[in-house]
Design a protein around this ligand. Structure first.
Ligand SMILES: Cc1cc2nc3c(=O)[nH]c(=O)nc-3n(C[C@H](O)[C@H](O)[C@H](O)COP(=O)(O)OP(=O)(O)OC[C@H]3O[C@@H](n4cnc5c(N)ncnc54)[C@H](O)[C@@H]3O)c2cc1C
Length: 376
């Protein structure tokens, strides 16, 4: 429960409405958004485990989770970004509800006992040498702990961090720390990894939802590259022709390049980008010529910065890897080759982007495992 108490910055983003999130630009002429209830594509939120989660959700999904907590007396709120929090904005409420449910269910909780290994006969060895032989074992030990199963001859995928921010070696970018750009596209040079959303510039590089999403999609690839790559930024989330059109309109409205900037970009950021294109901010539009204009367009749609490492996102940290999903029956959460051994949560090779999807995976897999054991 210690980790649960600090989730969502102490507020616990316990699930998500799983509805599409639309931006202002999606608004239709009649003022509505297109089919706001449309379900989110699971592959876009679970980089690893989306197909498996689809099956698990047929037993216990976000709506079941919502009802489960409300039945236990927790009022919930759905934020405009579709993230679900307790109305109290207090993760301890969730901890208390779960502890009360355990007490009411007659669960005996023993703390401070480290499990060192689970054997193929399902005997569980503790670090103090004690060994128990339960009827069923559910392993819920979180990320980077699958080594407990080393004797079991199961496919285990090496743990790799997911959800992190990028250290960028560029003083110009770092000098703009605190700048937020709402709708960018990020990419990694030479790959198909892309993400959209809000970008936050920090004193070490870049953060914000778009960065976290990219780190999650590319977690394994970035680990194999030792967190060295080139970050591509499309500052306006637009095509080359779209950006050229916008610049043409902007150049009609002002004489110097510095005097007008796209509304999404701050004055300081615009000046830095103009300088990166080798243009003096006080240059007149008419002076740019086709080469200058092309350089500016290129910086706006395909700006490149060296990633020199990863940084943790305010302690928010998820691990990909763990028990391979090939080993697990999703309708029971039971090990295919070792009946009686169950898994739930982050010990599995399932992980998601931010937004309550990781806890939802833990609730859904845990519920399924518990139901299976209850019907033994
Ligand atoms: C700071 C932070 C904020 C987060 N915020 C959110 C959020 O708002 N929404 C969201 O969806 N996700 C969030 N996450 C991710 C989410 O917390 C995890 O995905 C989730 O906690 C996984 O649950 P779990 O039970 O599988 O593992 P954990 O919560 O990691 O629990 C594993 C437990 O197993 C115990 N354990 C490990 N090894 C052993 C052993 N050998 N013997 C005995 N016990 C052992 C650990 O002590 C721990 O108590 C956040 C993560 C962090 C770190």
């Amino acid at each position: 429960m210690r980790k649960l108490a600090i989730t969502g910055g102490g507020r616990c983003n316990l699930t998500n409405s799983f509805a599409c999130v639309f931006s202002e630009s999606d608004r239709q002429p009649d003022g509505t958004f297109p089919s706001a209830a449309r379900a989110m594509d699971l592959t876009s939120v679970y980089p690893r485990g989306s197909r498996f989660m689809k099956k698990v959700f047929s037993r216990f999904d976000q709506n079941d989770c919502y009802r489960w907590f409300e039945d236990k007396g927790v009022q919930l709120v759905v934020q405009p970004d579709q993230c679900v929090f307790p109305r109290s904005q207090d993760a301890m409420q969730i901890v208390n509800v779960l502890e009360r449910a355990m007490r009411e269910g007659g669960v005996q909780v023993i703390c401070g006992q480290k499990v060192s290994a689970i054997a193929p006969d399902l005997s569980v060895r503790f670090a103090d040498g004690n060994v128990v032989h339960p009827d069923a074992v559910v392993l819920t030990s979180g990320g980077a702990t699958a080594n407990i199963l080393e004797q079991c001859d199961l496919k285990l995928l090496p743990p790799v961090p997911s959800l992190f921010t990028f250290k960028i070696a560029d003083d110009g970018l770092r000098s703009l720390m605190g700048t937020v750009v709402d709708d960018v596209t990020l990419g990694l040079a030479g790959t198909n990894f892309r993400s959209h959303g809000t970008l936050l510039l920090t004193d070490w590089g870049v953060s914000g939802p778009a960065t976290l999403r990219l780190s999650s999609y590319a977690a394994r690839w970035l680990a194999s590259e030792q967190y060295r790559s080139d970050l591509l930024i499309n500052w306006l989330n637009d095509s080359e022709s779209g950006v050229r059109e916008r610049l043409a309109i902007m150049s009609e409205g002002s004489r110097t390049v510095a005097n007008s900037h796209p509304s999404e970009l701050s004055d300081r950021l615009w000046r830095m980008l103009v300088e990166r294109a080798g243009i003096r901010p006080d240059a007149r539009w008419a002076e740019l010529g086709s080469k200058g204009l092309s350089r500016l367009v290129n910086v706006l749609i395909s700006d490149s910065y060296p990633i020199v490492g990863r940084a943790r996102f305010k302690e928010e940290f998820v691990t990909c890897g763990g028990v391979s999903l090939d080993e697990v029956n999703p309708s029971r959460m039971e090990c295919r080759n070792l009946p009686g051994l169950y898994f739930a949560g982050e010990v599995l090779d399932i992980d998601a982007v931010t937004g309550g999807f990781n806890l939802q995976a833990a609730w859904s897999t845990a519920y399924t495992a518990a139901k299976s054991i209850a019907t033994l």
